[in-house]
Design a protein around this ligand. Structure first.
Ligand SMILES: *Cc1c(COP(=O)(O)O)cnc(C)c1O
Length: 385
């Protein structure tokens, strides 16, 4: 046999299209519409100009300085950008977002995008003998990893209002003893659980079962569960630079968890790729954390556009979920999701449609700049309404 048996079980993730045939307005991959901060661009240019030899040398395998900067950023902002305030050069969290302990660098792990981080997390904490629990509709990479590592899943349907059925998730997790994962806020619904709701889940869950919360979108209005790390050693929080830190191109994701769990994921990393964060990503990541006020402003702009777009959709009779993210999940009575997507694409704008039974009536629309959203509204008024 030319290929391994394992290959037959792979069902790879299909990312939002990145077409080259014409220039589209891209509202299909939940990328941030803003470029990284000027300080990040300057740091990268300076690195290449002033220390070119570092391009020839291996980077720090443990990304220690980057971990220090991420920890600083979390302590400073409380872990939710759009509720943090910028006063001159200082950023302070909303009172309710303060983290009741100091996040230290040994509580951080970074990887090549949170997709890679998640892959290592699956390898480290889920087992082929036990089902792990996840919502039926959530980030569609989780089932891909389950297939890749041959870990059985237990998909729990959402409530009728598209929120997570936390009660059933917990019941199944107790029975399966294989751990839990969900995104909060969830994708593609955009709906989030409050920190207190997650805390209640953690209080009821077995303490020796892993509990993973993917906070890819938390900066746009969710509640971070980082403060809960004080109480729960089985909690792993996965985050990314791709959405709120305008860094999808640099591939940086991270975990916040106890040192013990971080060490375990680091062991997985060192068994696969010693250097997942290249030198340039370390430089730009550090600079992004140091310039968090810029990203606080970007997140606020995204949230502002989201709220305007939400109102526009409601006023025009769409069924819209109340997003806490940088995208909106929406459907129009009498119009298939596929048609919705095609009509908007015809106007030069890409949005995302999932051909998945149960959610195929919806489209997922990333929030762009004010100008992009104006163009989108025009396209909707012209072709969808
Ligand atoms: C975008 C996204 C990720 C992956 O982000 P990368 O860091 O770009 O790999 C992870 N989880 C969820 C829920 C996402 O939406």
């Amino acid at each position: 046999m030319l290929i391994s048996n394992r290959i037959k079980n792979l069902h790879p993730y299909v990312p939002g299209e990145q077409p080259k045939d014409r220039v589209y307005i891209k509202l299909n991959a939940n990328e941030n519409p803003y470029a990284p901060s000027p300080a990040v661009r300057k740091a990268v240019l300076n690195f290449v100009k002033k220390t070119p030899i570092k391009m020839a040398l291996y980077p720090d395998p443990d990304s220690l300085e980057l971990h220090e900067k991420i920890a600083d950023m979390l302590n400073k902002t409380g872990g939710v950008l759009c509720r943090a305030k910028v006063n001159g050069k200082n950023v302070t969290p909303d009172e309710s977002d303060k983290i009741p302990f100091t996040v230290t660098p040994d509580m951080i792990y970074t990887g090549n995008g949170s997709d890679e981080v998640l892959s290592f997390v699956f390898y480290a904490f889920f087992d082929s003998g036990k089902k792990f629990v996840m919502p039926e509709f959530t980030y569609s990479f989780y089932p891909v990893y389950a297939g890749f590592y041959d870990i059985p899943m237990d998909n729990i349907p959402l409530n009728r209002d598209w929120t997570l059925d936390t009660k059933t998730m917990l019941e199944h997790a107790k029975k399966n003893t294989g751990g839990i994962i969900f995104a909060n806020p969830n994708a593609p619904t955009g709906l989030g659980l409050k920190r207190e709701e997650v805390r209640n889940m953690l209080l009821q869950a077995d303490k020796d079962e892993i509990f993973i919360v993917d906070e890819a979108y938390v900066d746009f209005g969710g509640e971070s569960c980082i403060p809960l790390l004080k109480e729960f050693n089985n909690l792993v929080i996965v985050r990314t630079f791709s959405k709120s830190l305008c860094g999808a191109g640099q591939r940086l994701g991270y975990i916040v968890a106890s040192k013990e769990l971080i060490d375990i994921v680091t062991t997985v990393k060192n068994s696969v790729n010693h250097f997942p964060i290249d030198a340039l990503a370390q430089v730009s990541g550090k600079a992004a954390c140091e310039n968090v006020q810029y990203y606080v402003e970007c997140s606020k702009k995204v949230v502002e556009e989201r709220e305007k777009f939400y109102n526009f959709l409601v006023q025009n009779g769409f069924y819209v979920l109340r997003s806490q993210t940088n995208f909106i999940f929406v459907k129009k009575e009498g119009l298939s999701g596929d048609d919705f997507y095609k009509r908007i694409k015809g106007e030069g704008i890409l949005i995302r449609h999932f051909n998945t039974p149960g959610i195929q009536d919806f489209v997922r629309i990333t929030i762009g700049t004010k100008e992009q959203m104006e163009a989108l509204k025009k396209a909707i008024l012209k072709t969808v309404i």
